[in-house]
Every structure is written in C-alpha cells, then in structure tokens.
Design a protein around this ligand. Structure first.
Ligand code: SF4
Length: 474
C-alpha cells in the first residue's frame, strides 16, 4: 500500500523507506475490565496492518505489558511513544514520563531514540472527530440541529490543571462553527459537572459526545448511569438526549497517530545510530535457540508448550494439550489472537495478569516462523521471555518493592511504609503458584533477599496488581 492508494493513511510514505521505527501506544488499562485497553489494542492492530512502522507495541499503567517494561518489547532503534489519552494531564505528564524514563520530548537511551508525542486527543483534528460523532448519533437534519445543544463530555480532574483544557478548547472551537445552538464542555471529575449541565439544559435536543478513548467504564457505564440513558436516545423531561460513541474508537485515529509521528520523522534531527543489538532481539534469538534445542520433546514455557516442527517452523499449544489431536484444536490465524487467549478466560472474563494460572486451552499455532512465535509470546506473556533471558545471563535488574512504591503517586502514594512481614505475606498469596506463575526476584527493600522461588520465569518488580493489593490491605 502506498499513499497513492485510496485507503492508505496520510503520511505513510514519509514514515517508510528504511525507517527503523516502532510506535508504542500507551494507555491506562484496567484490572477490572478489558474495555479500557481494547481500543488501544485495536489501534495497534490497525497501525500494524497499515504497515507504516516496523513494530507496533502497546503498554499500560494497569495491565500488561507494564509501562515500566515497555522498551523490553522494542527491537527498533527509534520509538514514538503515543499516549492514547484524550487530554494532557496527570497520566501523560506524570505517570507516563516517570514510568518510561522520559523527562524530555526526545530522549536517547542506549541503542534507542525515544520520541514522546502529544496525547492523541490534543491533535487539532479531534474537534472534527467530535463533530462527526455528534452527527452520527442523531438523525436530526441541520435545522433542528441548529437548535440543539452539543455537550462535549470529558473526564477532567482536579489533580491536573490541564486535564479539562482540551475538552474546553474543542467545545469552544465547535461553538464558533455555529452548527449547534450552543456547545458546552462538561466533566465527570471537575466543574462544570455533566449531571448539572444536563439538569440545567432547556434545549429540546441535546447531543452528548463522550470525549473518551474507550467504550469502557466511564463512556459505557458511568455516564449512561449518571444520566439515566437507555441506548442512543433517551427522553428526559421532554428533552431528547442523543448519546454518541466515544471519540477514541473513531476510524480517524490511525491518521491522527501518523500525523503525530510524521512531523518528527520527516523533520531535521540530530544524527542517531544504534551500535548495540537491542536486548529483545538478543532474547528472541536465545529463546528460539532454546526451543530448537528442545527437539521433538519441545519446551514448556509457563503454560505453553512449544516444539520445533522442522525447516525453521514451530508449533505452540497449551502444555496440557500437548497430546491432543490437532483436529480438535482451534488453529490461530495470526499471533494477534494470542491477546484474546491470554487476556480473557474461556468464559470471557478479564485476565489482567497474563501469568496468572489458567491460560485458555484448545488452540494451537502451528507451522509458524520464529518471528511469528515471538510475536505470539509478545501477546501471551509480554515481556516474560525477555526477563527469562536476562535472568539466565545474570543481567536482570530487579527493583525492590520500596523503589517501585516510591514511583507511585496519587492514591497510591505512601505505600513504601508497608512493613516487610505484610509484603511477604501478600507475596506468598499473590505471587505463589496459585496466584502467578512468575517468581519474584524483587525484595521488600534493598538489603533484603529475594522473596520468591529460584527457578522458572522471573518477575523483576512488583506488578500493578500487587501494588493495588498492598493498598487494599491497608
Ligand atoms: S508481582 Fe507477583 S503477581 Fe505480580 S507479576 Fe510479579 S510474581 Fe506475579
């Protein structure tokens, strides 16, 4: 596909031609629902299919792969970090830079140049996307629409002064276009509150566009519940409320991401050359070599079983399906299906911890190249194979609980005060064989020995689920 193709995303040719680039989409994620991460994964797949980047990776604050380990998945020498958030705020300005070690827009790390883009929702095209979402939500013709009110509903937060600004700017811009009688911003967590704005509204028609990335907790539950909405149109006190889809699932998002990246890729930049092979590439070679040496008996890695099928091809299954008749197993079409297998149970429930026991059975991935198998593992267990390889070479650098706790902020601040016996007790439950198949190589504090088993696949630092567990323990 080239940019002369009608379906080619804008700016794609600028990005190609020997560019050794990765786009890393970073999102919030959730321990409770797959809906938060789903649009980020969907965008990743669409960007991958567009072929504009050598690699497309994702990382999350509350799911795997964790933000702090995101670069363990990147083999390219340049990475563009795109915060998949609707506004600049607490996560884009504090959490993402801190977890990725990015104190500037452009950071050179060993073997890697990292470019931090603006948050997706701040792109100038987002006003157009809000308008398109509003127009899709209602069959009203321009005349009644000109008497309607458009509410741009953002999250906002009192924790960061910039959080509501993008929503306000977009409402202001659309207000100037005069297509609606009025356009107003409203928020869940700052003034003016969405419920109050709707209470005071006297228009016959009100269109509410959730300025959110996902059809997740807020756009899918909080807003409909707060406003007592039932489907796309609800009537309240004689007012029709038309509820639109969130902006982040709009098809224009791929173009917006390409636009965020293109300015830097095609502009003047200081020379940068990588001299070292990236650790994930070295880990990939070592992992495939280890599998190859397992011969026809194959190798077990966490709950999978992998064996060489000859001529550089491999097969992966659940280890309990090792002897199953292949005719009874579902053949995965692409490595992307590894995400569904690892992130949901057979009953469709969310699995925020990929290394929790209970990986789904009944599938196989056969006759695949080493690269495809590696990509499958990037979806099943990201980035456990890299940590496995680093530990084998004595190069895994675990961080203590207290180091990780000191990186926390907001409602998670202060956890470094948790006592060692409490941490060890919690790790015994959460990180034991019933809770997680990795073994912690981290310790409560720098002087303590590791608290985990000494074999298998290592965990170099407490994960977000463990941190949440500590907070709940109180
Ligand atoms: S902190 Fe514990 S539960 Fe979390 S990934 Fe590590 S070993 Fe598993």
């Amino acid at each position: 596909m080239s940019s002369t193709d009608p379906g080619a995303p804008k700016g794609m040719d600028d990005l190609r031609a020997g560019r050794d680039s990765c786009v890393l989409l970073v999102g919030h994620g959730s321990h409770l629902s797959p809906d938060s991460a789903r649009p980020v994964h969907g965008l990743a797949r669409r960007l991958h299919d567009a072929g504009a980047f050598r690699e497309v990776r994702v990382a999350f604050w509350k799911e795997e792969p964790a933000l702090h380990h995101a670069f363990h998945l990147v083999e390219s020498s340049r990475v563009h970090v795109v915060p998949v958030f609707t506004s600049t705020g607490y996560f884009t300005e504090r959490v993402v830079p801190r977890e990725l070690g990015l104190d500037r827009t452009l950071v050179d790390r060993p073997g890697l140049r990292v470019h931090r883009c603006a948050a997706l929702g701040t792109h100038p095209r987002m006003a157009e996307v809000v308008l398109e979402r509003a127009l899709e939500a209602t069959p009203l013709s321009p005349e009644p629409l000109s008497e309607a009110t458009l509410v741009v509903a953002g999250h906002g937060t009192r924790r960061h002064p910039d959080s509501g600004r993008t929503t306000e700017r977009i409402a202001n811009e659309l207000s100037g276009q005069g297509r609606f009688r009025r356009v107003v911003p409203a928020f869940l967590d700052q003034d003016p509150r969405l419920t109050e704005v709707l209470e005071e509204e006297d228009a016959v028609d009100v269109v509410v566009v959730p300025f959110f990335i996902a059809e997740g907790w807020h756009a899918g539950t909080t807003i409909p519940d707060d406003l007592a909405l039932r489907g796309g149109r609800s009537v309240r006190n004689g007012t029709s409320i038309w509820y639109a889809k969130p902006v982040g699932t709009h098809s224009a998002m791929v173009d917006v991401i390409l636009d965020l990246v293109t300015g830097w890729e095609t502009g003047e930049e200081a020379p940068f050359a990588s001299t070292e092979p990236p650790p994930p590439a070295v880990a990939r070679e070592a992992f495939l070599d280890w599998i190859g040496k397992g011969g026809s008996r194959g190798r077990r890695f966490l709950e999978t079983w992998i064996h060489g099928a000859g001529e550089g091809r491999f097969e992966v299954r659940h280890h309990l399906d090792r002897s199953a008749d292949p005719a009874g197993l579902r053949e995965l079409e692409t490595f992307w299906e590894g995400l569904e297998i690892a992130a949901t149970t057979a009953q469709g429930k969310h699995r925020p911890l990929r290394t929790a026991p209970g990986l789904r059975r009944g599938w196989c991935f056969s006759g695949r190249s080493g690269r495809e198998v590696w990509e499958l593992f990037a979806h099943l267990y990201p980035p456990a194979p890299v940590h496995w390889h680093l530990e084998r070479g004595g190069r895994l650098r675990p961080r203590t609980f207290r180091q990780v706790a000191l990186r926390q902020s907001g409602i998670y601040a202060g956890l470094e005060e948790t006592s060692d016996p409490n941490l060890i007790e919690l790790a015994g439950v959460r990180c034991g064989p019933e809770g997680c198949l990795r073994h912690p190589t981290w310790a409560p504090a720098s002087t303590d020995p590791g608290i985990g088993r000494s074999h298998g696949v290592p965990c170099p630092e407490p994960c977000s689920l463990f941190i949440t567990g500590v907070r709940k323990q109180g």
